[in-house]
Ligand binder design. Structure first.
Ligand code: AHM
Ligand code: MG
Length: 320
């Protein structure tokens, strides 16, 4: 079986170091999620204090610290932006690094307390400012099309790393005994069409007319045998919903709603990395109007509607 570092043997040495860091940090997160409830202090409300008056570590903060540490030590990353931190971080000791990274250290964290799959999502870029100099906002506010790699770790039945360095999408499973990621599927492509639509349907009345038409189409559509063509599946954990749709075919939509006019998900560390992956896997991703990867961000924590999945279903949802 092929280990992650063997698979990346021909990749840029900087990228190899970044994936080493992702392996180390995600292994620790996997170990910690695997101990949920066994005294590991990962449940509980954000901002709560323990008896000593210290802030309790929620797992998403814990995960953020682990990844930040690993990226800082990698020596090749000049800075990072995280869902958990207001401002972008610059690693002064690694300003010679060519890379910047955006991360959602633990997505779907509302699922932690109920033992449902959660994930880490990341996007890797080359900085645009000169190497050795302080970072600039433009290093972080790059269009998704500039990504050199992206991926996610899914902490579930097993821990899996799914990524692309721009040459297909590959899936690795963490072997807990050797603590190595092992290749289980190379060059994954999403099925052209699928059976699943993943959307929080309670918001139906708030969807725009084209999206309402699409959801109604999914509800009504019958196959040649008169059976329903589509089924709804919504875990409420982007990584898990995305992963199922990648393997089985389907579409995930987190649209604009009245309450959330720009949707809920963040462009830099949710929309973009997933859009890069789906494109590499033969699928499509838009914000309902344009290709996600074409959007030039203006803010670090900018939100964007996300429509992502199998090309046939994406073409249907994008009909005016
Ligand atoms: P988070 O980054 O705060 O965890 O929120 C992102 C999550 C996604 O994983 C998931 O698809 C979505 O929020 C679910 O939101 P909702 O409960 O509004 O449907
Ligand atoms: Mg998130």
């Amino acid at each position: 079986m092929i280990e992650l570092h063997q698979h990346l043997a021909d990749a840029d040495p900087g990228l190899q170091k970044i994936f080493q860091a992702i392996q180390q940090a995600s292994l620790r997160v996997a170990q910690e999620t695997g101990r949920a409830g066994l005294g590991a202090d990962i449940y509980g409300a954000k901002g709560s204090e323990n008896i000593q008056g210290e802030e309790q570590q929620k797992l998403d903060v814990y995960a953020d610290n682990l990844f930040t540490d690993a990226f800082r030590k990698s020596g090749v990353i000049a800075g990072m932006a995280s869902e958990e931190v207001d401002n972008a971080l610059q690693f002064d000791e690694s300003l010679d690094g060519r890379y910047v990274i955006m991360i959602d250290p633990l997505d779907g964290s509302s699922n932690i307390d109920v033992n449902v799959a959660i994930g880490t999502i990341f996007a890797i870029y080359e900085r645009v400012s000169p190497v050795g100099q302080p970072l600039t906002p433009e290093d972080f506010l790059q269009a998704g099309s500039k990504q050199v790699a992206s991926g996610y770790v899914s902490y579930s039945v097993s821990t899996q790393l799914v990524f692309s360095v721009g040459a297909g999408v590959h899936i690795f499973t963490l072997d807990p005994s050797s603590q190595e990621y092992m290749l289980i599927q190379e060059n994954v492509t999403i099925p052209e069409d699928g059976k699943v639509y993943s959307i929080n349907e309670v918001n139906f009345d708030d969807f725009n007319a084209p999206l309402q038409r699409f959801v109604q189409y999914c509800r009504d559509k019958r196959n040649e045998k008169g059976k329903r063509k589509y089924t709804g599946r919504y875990i409420g954990s982007l990584v898990a919903d995305f992963h199922r749709n990648l393997l089985k075919g389907g579409i995930y939509v987190y649209p604009a709603t009245v309450e959330a006019p720009n949707g809920k998900l963040r462009l830099l560390y949710e929309g973009n990395p997933m859009a890069f992956l789906i494109t590499q896997a033969g699928g499509k991703a838009t914000d309902g109007v344009q290709n996600i990867l074409d959007i030039v961000p203006t803010e670090l924590h900018q939100r964007c509607p996300l429509y992502i999945g199998s090309p046939v279903m994406m073409d249907e949802v994008m009909k005016p």
